[in-house]
Design a protein around this ligand. Structure first.
Ligand code: CA
Length: 229
């Protein structure tokens, strides 16, 4: 799994440098030159991490960060803020509004890469592991086994991939289109309604003894796995 990093930076010299170095480290990257574009891109395809410049035209980096955090689908994206400012206040503001880390320009590339890796390690243990636990649910992707509170559950292959996708990013809301891309693949034409059918089957299979539903429907947004499930 190649981590996908969205670089939000209006200074081309810096974004080019970041882009080059991240690609060289094996990351997949995309560039946004202003805040509005960044928000659109993040909503379209949720990045594994965002490098966010503080001083941007129109929407500031701080405002972009706030808006990302307010929306459920983007609320949990790891964010590193980059800033030419260095005052302690800015650092505090940056972390206050929900950035995970903060780096002052000029920064050294090895340091930035180390911070990116550290942050991804923190947030992506789940994204890489073959055995995942979320609440009472456990999945082993290698053995292809699912259990709830220690009891095996049998799932069809599509339901299995759906559940795996949810469990790698618990609480994150996925739209039908995102689920189609992740579970069925970009190249296959499947109707969005198909997602609902398989979500329905997954729900039925996962139903808790107390009838609580581990999958949450988020109106007009999509579906998410509830951690308690
Ligand atoms: Ca800037």
């Amino acid at each position: 799994m190649t981590p996908y990093v969205l670089i939000v930076e209006d200074e081309t010299s810096i974004s080019t440098l970041l882009d080059y170095n991240l690609k060289h480290e094996g990351f997949e990257t995309a560039l946004a030159e202003d805040g509005d574009t960044a928000l659109l891109m993040a909503a379209e395809r949720v990045p594994d991490l965002i490098l966010l410049d503080w001083m941007l035209p129109k929407l500031s980096g701080v405002e972009v960060c706030r808006r990302l955090r307010r929306k459920e689908a983007t609320a949990n994206i790891p964010i590193i803020m980059l800033s030419a400012r260095g005052e302690e206040d800015d650092r505090v503001t940056g972390l206050d509004i929900g950035a995970d880390d903060y780096l002052t320009k000029p920064f050294s590339m090895p340091e930035l890469l180390a911070r990116i890796r550290a942050l991804l390690r923190r947030t992506q243990t789940n994204a890489l592991s073959e055995s995942l636990t979320v609440g009472a649910l456990q999945i082993n992707t290698k053995a292809h086994r699912v259990s709830r509170a220690g009891k095996d559950i049998h799932l069809g292959p599509t339901e299995f991939r759906l559940l795996e996708h949810f469990m790698r990013r618990p609480t994150q809301v996925f739209s039908r289109e995102q689920l189609l891309d992740a579970v069925w693949g970009h190249d296959i034409y499947v109707e969005a309604r198909t997602v609902d059918v398989h979500i329905g089957r997954l729900r039925k299979a996962l139903k808790m003894p107390d009838r609580t539903d581990p999958i949450r429907t988020v109106r007009s947004a999509g579906y998410a796995l509830q951690p308690k499930g």
